[in-house]
Design a binder for this molecule. Structure first.
Ligand code: IMP
Ligand code: MG
Length: 185
């Protein structure tokens, strides 16, 4: 695997900017859900860094859960919308206040399917918190309660987001220069 400097076009959101914004969202969630039973559900794997930083900024008692979904068909940079649960929750969401924690919403199809599947389990409330929103790419309407940053239509990586499963560990959000990123055989 190559060093990311070879294909990093620029740093879109720095570690410090992420920290400041996530602290604001954590404070807002703490106010909005005060006195309520809150369950954060992280969508693996991209949401994992965001969840771990966000939960440290939430000052009210809450539980966490994980689920993983995979989308059917076409490549790994674009989703078809049909998603399948590959790792389900271990706890019931019935009658609980659920907040879905996502890394990025692009077409919106993945999160829309997750919402549809979870609604059948009758949570008391079900809201979405996404770090990044590629708003101009939206194909289906998704109600988003908390957004970290609205970003342009560029392929980004780092802070949980991958390029072909690597580079999730980087502490910032970078933009890929696709001309310099060539998949090794
Ligand atoms: P959607 O179903 O089109 O909204 O796609 C959402 C999923 O696509 C995210 O959870 C990511 O896994 C992936 N994705 C979309 N854009 C990017 C990106 O710029 N970098 C890395 N992954 C992305
Ligand atoms: Mg993802």
């Amino acid at each position: 695997m190559r060093d990311y400097h070879e294909f990093l076009a620029d740093v879109l959101i720095s570690e410090e900017e992420l920290h400041v914004r996530i602290a604001e969202i954590g404070a807002q969630i703490s106010r909005d859900y005060a006195g309520m039973d809150l369950l954060l559900i992280c969508i693996l794997r991209g949401g994992v860094m965001f969840l771990s930083d966000l939960m440290r900024e939430i000052t009210i008692p809450h539980a966490i859960e994980f689920m993983a979904v995979s989308s059917y068909g076409v490549g790994n940079r674009k989703t078809t919308g049909q998603v399948r649960i590959t790792l389900d929750l271990n706890t019931s969401v019935t009658d609980r206040n659920v907040l879905l924690v996502e890394d990025i919403i692009d077409s919106g199809r993945t999160i829309a399917s997750v919402i549809e599947m979870l609604e059948t389990r009758k949570p008391r409330s079900l809201c979405v918190c996404t770090l990044l929103d590629k708003a101009e790419r939206r194909e289906v309407h998704v109600p988003i309660r908390y957004t970290g940053f609205i970003i342009p239509d560029r392929f980004v990586f780092g802070y949980g987001l991958d390029i072909d499963e690597y580079y999730r560990n980087l502490p910032f959000i970078g933009v890929v220069d696709l001309d310099r990123y060539v998949v090794e055989e």
